[in-house]
Ligand binder design. Structure first.
Ligand SMILES: Cc1cc2nc3c(=O)[nH]c(=O)nc-3n(C[C@H](O)[C@H](O)[C@H](O)COP(=O)(O)OP(=O)(O)OC[C@H]3O[C@@H](n4cnc5c(N)ncnc54)[C@H](O)[C@@H]3O)c2cc1C
Length: 411
């Protein structure tokens, strides 16, 4: 076998998280390789202008202000926002089973927006455009197919094999290969996981009324429904991406409906806040599973993004947690580089893990608490959550503090 191509750091997985990490590491001066299974031409292809529901990608993310800052710092924001995106000024959350309602407003927080709804492919496309201008060595269109633990013969470097037979080696390998991370399994980092017994139905809809640049979220005992505002290139503000998380049986029933019947159910579920649903794109259903790696690191190895944790999409925080990982790992590796430490230094990796595990676990526990609170329909709990929401809505400073945390304004 020929000698492997070597790097300081090898990132496996060029999704929203891995491509941002590779870009940041390269800016710090590390010699970085990025392996992505998809072809770069496909990821860089310009999507058609959105003049109907089918033209939007069904997978979108609510990018927080903190994540936006990271993408700006990496210099990728202009390329990302060359595509479609929709900043939202208001967020309305209510209990479909009562009278509780909370409204968050960017103006009250003196912020330009509460966040930005973006199609995932526009984020990846912008990051790949920035990567093309960087020193990152992009190895695309091929999957990682194996892992070789480093030893004294390899100078401590770990190796990965590609499906085309190429061998790569690096001091530090970072797995950003998503929720079903094969690297995490090969390296032997166990996860704690449980099934929500829910599925998230995602699709794009067009409504008769404008979305008013508001993210809408209605809770019901069988799960939350979100209408996330989208903006077409021609300024049409009647498109929304929906994420409808429902107990598995109910999700199956909704998936089996024809488009007209599904649209009528949606209108009822969102209480016609946006008028009628006049068209619905193809629907996709994702089984929802909470997953958290017990450890994010091993010698010369680290996990980031969904490879380390996946959470319920009810607060739209999955990618934002991944960007929190990227920020922390970039901070620690920048410090290592300035002090002449190896990228695989165990204290550097331990600090990364310590910083991120606590934050990610807190967010996961909060999501679980929310889900449980709204899943129960005993009268005292209903009274408590409705009274609590109304009370919180009137308490400006407390409410704004919660919104600032969710936006990552303190990050
Ligand atoms: C229904 C739903 C709604 C969501 N809504 C939101 C939201 O509003 N806001 C939010 O922040 N998050 C949201 N999320 C979560 C968000 O989509 C994920 O957290 C995010 O996509 C994770 O990014 P990632 O880069 O870690 O992983 P992925 O996006 O899974 O990327 C992994 C990459 O690795 C590549 N890869 C995998 N295996 C290999 C291999 N062996 N070799 C080479 N390449 C490989 C893949 O091709 C892919 O490009 C939602 C999730 C769901 C299910």
């Amino acid at each position: 076998m020929s000698e492997p191509r070597t790097f300081d750091i090898l990132v496996v997985g060029g999704g929203m998280v891995g491509s941002a990490l590779a870009l940041g590491l390269s800016r710090q001066g590390w010699h970085v390789g990025l392996v992505e299974g998809s072809e770069r031409q496909a990821l860089l292809a310009a999507p058609a202008p959105a003049d109907c529901v089918e033209k939007f990608e069904p997978r979108v993310s609510a990018i927080s202000v903190a994540s936006q800052r990271l993408l700006e710092d990496l210099g990728a924001w202009p390329a990302i926002t060359a595509g479609r995106y929709c900043p939202y000024q208001t967020m309305t959350v209510w209990d479909g089973d009562g009278t509780g309602r909370i409204q968050f407003d960017a103006a009250e927080l003196q912020a330009r927006s509460l966040g930005t709804i973006m199609e995932n492919r526009h984020i990846v496309r912008g990051l790949f455009a920035a990567l093309a201008e960087s020193a990152v060595e992009l190895i695309d269109g091929v999957n990682v197919s194996g892992w070789r633990q480093g030893d004294s013969r390899s100078g401590g470097q770990h190796g990965v094999d590609l499906a085309d037979g190429t061998a790569l080696a690096a001091d530090l390998v970072v797995a950003a290969d998503g929720a079903h991370s094969r690297l995490r399994q090969w390296v032997g980092l166990p996860t704690r996981e449980w099934d929500y017994e829910q599925q998230a139905i995602v699709c794009t809809v067009r409504t008769t009324q404008s979305h008013r640049f508001t993210a809408w979220q209605r809770f019901s005992p069988t799960g939350p429904l979100a209408f996330l505002p989208l903006l077409a290139e021609n300024g049409d503000e009647h498109f929304c991406s929906i994420v409808w998380s429902q107990d598995t049986e109910e999700a199956r029933r909704l998936m089996a409906l024809d488009d007209t019947a599904f649209a009528r159910e949606l209108e009822r579920a969102i209480e016609r806040e946006l008028g009628a649903v006049e068209s619905v794109s193809r629907r996709f259903a994702f089984p929802l599973r909470q997953r958290h790696a017990k450890n994010y690191i091993a010698p010369g190895f680290a996990l980031v993004g969904d490879a380390a944790h996946t959470i319920h999409p009810l607060a739209g925080q999955g990618a934002n947690l991944g960007y929190g990982d990227v920020r922390a790992l970039l901070d620690e590796l920048s410090r290592a580089r300035k002090t002449g430490l190896s990228a695989a230094d165990e204290l550097v990796l331990a600090r990364y893990q310590r910083r991120r595990k606590a934050d990610n676990l807190t967010m996961m526990a909060a999501m679980e608490g929310f889900k449980q609170l709204f899943a129960r329909d005993e009268l005292p709990l209903r009274w408590l959550r409705n009274t609590g929401m109304r009370w919180l809505n009137q308490l400006g400073p407390v409410k704004n503090r919660i919104a600032a945390e969710a936006m990552g304004l303190d990050a």
